[in-house]
Write a protein that binds this ligand. Structure first.
Ligand code: GTP
Ligand code: MG
Ligand code: NA
Length: 349
C-alpha cells in the first residue's frame, strides 16, 4: 500500500504531568477557551481530545516563524489532555500509549514531582519523543507580561533579577532531570541537531496564563513531527482506532469517543467493539466531532460527518454501546471479511 512522505497524518500529542502543573490551561490558551475553570475542583478526570487545524498552528506560531521560516506540512495536530492526579495512572498510561509525541508539563516553581516522574517513566518506556514545558514562568519575581510572545523575546524584556531567578529554577529542573537519567537543556541553547538526533530533551519555559512560550511549544512539536518521526506519520489506509471513553449524552444516548489514528471510519460501517461480555457488531449511525479547537469532552455543537480520516477524535453513535470498554481497539467488517474473524481479532488485541 502506498505511503508517502508528502501525505502525513496529524501527529497525536499527549500532554502529561503532575496535577495542577497547567496542562489543561495550556490547551485553553491555544484553544482560546476556558475548559479548566469549568472542571470540578479544577481537576481533570478524563482523557480529552482537541483537534487543531494547520491554519491555527500557523497563526499561533506566526511571530516565532518570522525567524524560524518553518514550512508546515502536517495537516493539523490532535492533542490528548490527561489528568495529573495520582489516581488516574491508567489514563496517563493510555494517553502515553496512543501518542506520537508528548509535552511533559513541569511547574517551574515546584520542579519534578511524583507524577512528573511517573509520566517520564511511561514516555521513556514507550520511546515517545517529548518536550518539557517549564510552566508558570510568569510566577518568577516581577515578571513583566509579554502576552503570547515567543519566550526569548519575553525574556529580553525582563529585569536581570527576574532572569536570574528563571535561570536558577531552570537549572534546578535540569539537575533533577539528570538525576532521573534524562539529559535536557533550554532549547535555544542547544543545536537543533541535539534534540533532533539524540535523546536530549528540549526545555521550553511557558506561561499558560499569559502565553509566553506557547508558540515555541507548538513550533517544536511540529518540527519534531516533520523532522524526527515523519516516517510513522505517513498516512495509512488501514484502520487503527481505539476507544477513549464511553458516555451517555443527552439526546444521543450512549456514545463512544474513539481515537482514529489511521484509516477511515464511515457512517454505515459495521464496527466491532470489545465489551465486558465479548465482541459486538454494530452499525455506525453517526460520527460527530466538536468544531476545531474545541475539547471533545465538553458538550458542544457537534459537526456531523459521513466519513472521518485519522488522526482525529470522534464520537461514534450506534446501538448496544453500553458495555464497550475504554482502551480497547475498534475494527470494521469489510466487504470481504468474515464477521467472526474480525470478532476474534478484536478481542485478541
Ligand atoms: P490536572 O489536569 O488536574 O492534573 O491539572 P492541570 O495540569 O491541567 O492544571 P490546570 O490547567 O488545572 O491548572 C492548575 C492551576 O494552575 C490553575 O489554577 C491555573 O490557573 C494555574 N496555572 C496553570 N498554568 C499557569 C501559568 O502558566 N501561570 C500561572 N500563574 N498559573 C497557572
Ligand atoms: Mg487538567
Ligand atoms: Na488542575
Amino acid at each position: 500500500e502506498a505511503r508517502s512522505p508528502d501525505d502525513l497524518r496529524c501527529p497525536i500529542v499527549v500532554i502529561m504531568g503532575h496535577v495542577d502543573t497547567g496542562k489543561t490551561k495550556l490547551l485553553d490558551k491555544i484553544r482560546k477557551t476556558n475548559v479548566q475553570e469549568g472542571e470540578a475542583g479544577g481537576i481533570t478526570q478524563q482523557i480529552g481530545a482537541t483537534f487543531f487545524e494547520k491554519k491555527t498552528l500557523e497563526a499561533q506560531t506566526a511571530k516565532l516563524n518570522v525567524t524560524e521560516k518553518f514550512d508546515f506540512k502536517v495537516p493539523g495536530m490532535l492533542v490528548i489532555d490527561t489528568p495529573g492526579h495520582e489516581s488516574f495512572t491508567n489514563l496517563r498510561s493510555r494517553g502515553s500509549s496512543l501518542c506520537d509525541v508528548a509535552i511533559l508539563v513541569v511547574d517551574l516553581m515546584h520542579g519534578l514531582e511524583q507524577q512528573t516522574i511517573e509520566s517520564l517513566t511511561m514516555l521513556r518506556k514507550r520511546g515517545v519523543p517529548f518536550v518539557i514545558a517549564l510552566n508558570k514562568v510568569d510566577r518568577c519575581y516581577a515578571w513583566k507580561t509579554c502576552k503570547d510572545t515567543p519566550i526569548r523575546d519575553a525574556l529580553k524584556e525582563q529585569d536581570e533579577g527576574t532572569v536570574s531567578e528563571f535561570r536558577s529554577r531552570a537549572t534546578d529542573a535540569k539537575v533533577q532531570l539528570q538525576e532521573q537519567g534524562v539529559n535536557s537543556n533550554i532549547y535555544w541553547e542547544m543545536g537543533e541537531d541535539d534534540w533532533m538526533n539524540s535523546d536530549f530533551v528540549p526545555l521550553i519555559p511557558t506561561s499558560a496564563v499569559t502565553g509566553e512560550g506557547v508558540q515555541d511549544v507548538l513550533m517544536l512539536l511540529c518540527q519534531m513531527a516533520q523532522r524526527k518521526i515523519w516516517k510513522q506519520l505517513m498516512w495509512c489506509a488501514n484502520l487503527q482506532c481505539t476507544v477513549l471513553e464511553v458516555k451517555a449524552i443527552d439526546g444521543l444516548g450512549m456514545t463512544v469517543d474513539v481515537l482514529v489514528v489511521n484509516g477511515h471510519l464511515r457512517e454505515g460501517d459495521r464496527a466491532v467493539f470489545c465489551t465486558l461480555n465479548g465482541p459486538i457488531v454494530t452499525e455506525i449511525r453517526g460520527l460527530l466531532t466538536p468544531p476545531p479547537s474545541r475539547e471533545m469532552r465538553v458538550k458542544s455543537e457537534y459537526i456531523h460527518h459521513k466519513e472521518v480520516k485519522g488522526a482525529l477524535g470522534v464520537k461514534v453513535i450506534g446501538n448496544n454501546l453500553e458495555k464497550v470498554m475504554a482502551g480497547t481497539p475498534v475494527m470494521i467488517v469489510g466487504p470481504e471479511d468474515e464477521e467472526e474473524d474480525i470478532k476474534s481479532e478484536v478481542m485478541a488485541d
